[in-house]
Design a protein around this ligand. Sequence first.
Ligand SMILES: NC(=O)c1ccc[n+]([C@@H]2O[C@H](COP(=O)([O-])OP(=O)(O)OC[C@H]3O[C@@H](n4cnc5c(N)ncnc54)[C@H](O)[C@@H]3O)[C@@H](O)[C@H]2O)c1
Length: 326
Amino acid sequence: MQNIVITGGCGFIGVNLIRFLMKTDESVCIRVVDNLSVGQLEDLEEIQRSEVGGSRSESEPTGIELVVGDIQDADLAIKACRGMDAVIHLAANTGVIPSIEDPRADCETNVIGTFNYLEACRVNGVKRFVFASSGAPLGEQEPPIHEEMVPKPISPYGASKLCGEAYCSAFHGSFGMETVCLRFGNIYGPYSTHKGSVVAKFIKHIFADEPLPIYGDGNQTRDFIYVEDLVDAILLALEKPNIGGEVFQIATHREHTVGEVADVLNRLAEKHLGRKSEIVSEKERKGEVKRNYSDISKARRILGFEPRFDLKSGLELTFKWFLGES
Ligand SMILES: NC(=O)c1ccc[n+]([C@@H]2O[C@H](COP(=O)([O-])OP(=O)(O)OC[C@H]3O[C@@H](n4cnc5c(N)ncnc54)[C@H](O)[C@@H]3O)[C@@H](O)[C@H]2O)c1
């Protein structure tokens, strides 16, 4: 793949993905579409090796080109996808809680935005579309979650991601587009300073010498995946032939409690900062599932995906990045 549109490329996953592509593929041309509502230009600038300027050029990009715009803009989507080989669609409302607070905004960004980029691919003959989905479409299910389960979202965010998956399936079925949906686990890693997810939040609290808030009893579980492993999965989804219309769980197949994450981070805090943070219990939050981890057998079998980082090593790398050591 030479010419790739990455929506949401200024965000946490986008910046890590682009950083990796810039290091490993000299010939790749990336066009980022981001409205900078969350993502930061500085992170992209740090890794860029050519012009970034908010231009809306329709010509072939070189290096990284940033198009500042909203994925709800259908005309912009058509222009941004012209002449491109693939789209990696990351831009979204990314949170369960914001989707409960404002379900319409979540729907407009995640449903209409995703539709716009699928339609732009159809119009421009772009062959492959990789969609950043989540475990949220499945809702509260007995883990490990897997691709054969009937989705039962319990949040507007889960519903809007499920809708994105449905359109991906439809564009494969009706137009032969090679759409691939990746249901990401809980991702952590460098360039996540702006994230409210548990790992980033705990590290920020530790650095501010504040207590670590745990919602409920701390026994809620998640499948935490280091961002470099996720980048591997995205690139496999971009390149593997004959996987159009497929959905894959992308995680580690391991279940860890939020309490465990707090303990590992506190041990790192003791080692690197000479202190640790108190753990405080807060009220459980609505819409969040109690236990969650993924069966990744299908991704292993079909994509050849294999996560390389365990929780301890991934958290140490992340902690060191926050310390400015990597
Ligand atoms: N981080 C995780 O743990 C996780 C887990 C499951 C799924 N995902 C999915 O992965 C994708 C990327 O997540 P992330 O963690 O990098 O999020 P992020 O918030 O760091 O990045 C999202 C980027 O999209 C941009 N954006 C948001 N709305 C936009 C709009 N309307 N138009 C244009 N740009 C817009 C933001 O400015 C930001 O740069 C999302 O689709 C998210 O739902 C993430």
